[in-house]
Write a protein that binds this ligand. Sequence first.
Ligand code: A3P
Length: 304
Amino acid sequence: MDIGFNLEGLEPTSVKRSKLMEVEGVPFPSDIAENWGLIRAFQARPDDLLICTYPKAGTTWMQEIVDMIQHGGDPQECARAPIYKRMPFIEICLPRRINSGLEEVEVMPSPRTLKTHLPVQLLPPSFWEHNCKIIYVARNAKDNMVSYFHFHKMNQWMPEPGNWDHFLENFLTGKIPWGSWFDHVRGWWDAKERYPILYLFYEDIKEDPAREIQKVAQFLGFKLPEQVLNRIVHHTKFENMKANPMANYTTVPSCFLDQTVSPFMRKGIVGDWKEHFTAAQSERLDDICARELRASSLSFRTEL
Ligand code: A3P
């Protein structure tokens, strides 16, 4: 077993639907849980930047935005490698890999930008010790769940999602990889009071990408001339990212991500949940959200 997202040598027959295994009460694909000791010991550096999300909340979008900011809005620079190589996913572990991706991260020159989906309580402690900057993107529960459902179907390494009703129950009880959406968005929301965390919302980026990109640039200490900002907005539009092989995950073998089942860049909108939820399911999730988020100042928009 190797850790990482280094796909060379990935054997088609080694990609199987994962079983879930808990780490401190949070379910993960067993490949991750079995390597937890190594992941927890990950050594962050003070100038690491971490992009953190619940799965399917807009990670890749934020990664591409950040890479463009860091490279002066030059799309050629951002085409140097697929997004998962430019910004490695720290806790990913795939079965029977030839090289260790974690080793790859260790030898990456600084400053590194890294990706994680870990809930706040499971972040490797060295990120806190070094007070690393973190960008968190949250997405409303309904659209996040829809996107995750389709991702489960196309990602042959994720557990079988079952039908929509079944997946909804698992989503509500947190019995899915990376655990409870509620705990995730709340935990990181609270942590931003104590650490340098920029907390953003998918819906806000969709509404006004230029405004949100400026927030990211400011957080990272960049000043963006208008021309550069416009280039970043254009390059990171859904349609353009969908057509960009360095961002759309089409470089990953189909034995792992089967984009004939559902494309990685699927719809990229706010409100697709309306195509999936019954009225009763929608009301139920609204009630649960209201209850779960009542104690915090956190609120989500489910339409624009
Ligand atoms: P949908 O499945 O709703 O289309 P992640 O990168 O965290 O895995 O999230 C993937 C989700 O973000 C998918 O949502 C994908 O389409 C959406 N996405 C990716 N790039 C986007 C962009 N540039 N604009 C809007 N949505 C984007």
